[in-house]
Ligand binder design. Structure first.
Ligand SMILES: C[S@@+](CC[C@H](N)C(=O)[O-])C[C@H]1O[C@@H](n2cnc3c(N)ncnc32)[C@H](O)[C@@H]1O
Length: 188
């Protein structure tokens, strides 16, 4: 059995793990079932802080259960990530987006292009120099293709003097698989 290459989510986690330090303040813009929030809580350690947003209370319940004792280093916020500016007045070393719908729940409750772009811009403003922003997109979901294109445009539009952006995706699959975007902020 040949070990497969990392999934889009695993690529994001690898890149985040290289850059997040104990004590950092980070954002999970789409808490969902809490896997990314848990990963971030492990990276920032006891002295760090994770802010996690979701618009579904079920998602935050699932996240709370998964976190167990690591909940103490997380703040779960029942609000749209388009309202990050209303809730957060902090500088971030990482921001994580995992778009689409909550697995196992109503597929109609899915991230929307307009609010995703607002949230990306608000997160970018709060990202410190050297900070990392990752986004996993699902072009195969209904509506996901248009959102993926908008996300691609958003990442590509930053001048290289202020940010370095990369795009990781399968190169030889016919189905539309999840893709990972990553950006490192180089200057304010
Ligand atoms: C693919 S799931 C996230 C997976 C999650 N990060 C995990 O590790 O389990 C996408 C989540 O985005 C949430 N979502 C949709 N629109 C949102 C919005 N405007 N603000 C915040 N969360 C939103 C959905 O409720 C869903 O739980």
């Amino acid at each position: 059995m040949v070990t497969p290459l990392p999934s889009a989510v695993k690529w994001a986690h690898r890149l985040l793990a290289e850059r997040i330090s104990q004590g950092d303040t980070v954002l999970d813009a789409t808490a969902g079932n809490g896997h990314d929030t848990l990963f971030l809580a492990q990276q920032v350690g006891d002295s760090g802080q994770v802010y996690a947003f979701d618009i579904q209370s079920q998602a935050l319940e699932n996240t709370r259960s998964l976190l167990g004792p690591l909940l103490s280093r997380c703040q779960l916020i029942l609000a749209s990530h388009s309202q990050i500016d209303l809730h957060l007045n902090v500088s971030l070393s990482a921001a994580v987006f995992n778009l689409g719908y909550l697995p196992g729940a109503d597929k109609a409750c899915i991230t929307q292009t307009d609010s995703t772009l607002m949230a990306l811009s608000q997160s970018y403003q709060k990202l410190q120099v050297g900070g990392i922003l990752t986004t996993v997109v699902y072009p195969g979901h209904p509506g996901g293709d248009a959102e993926a294109q908008a996300v691609a445009h958003w990442f590509s539009s930053h001048p290289h003097s202020s940010a370095e952006a990369q795009h990781i995706r399968p190169a030889n699959r016919q189905t539309q698989s999840p893709e990972c975007w990553v950006l490192i902020k180089k200057a304010l």
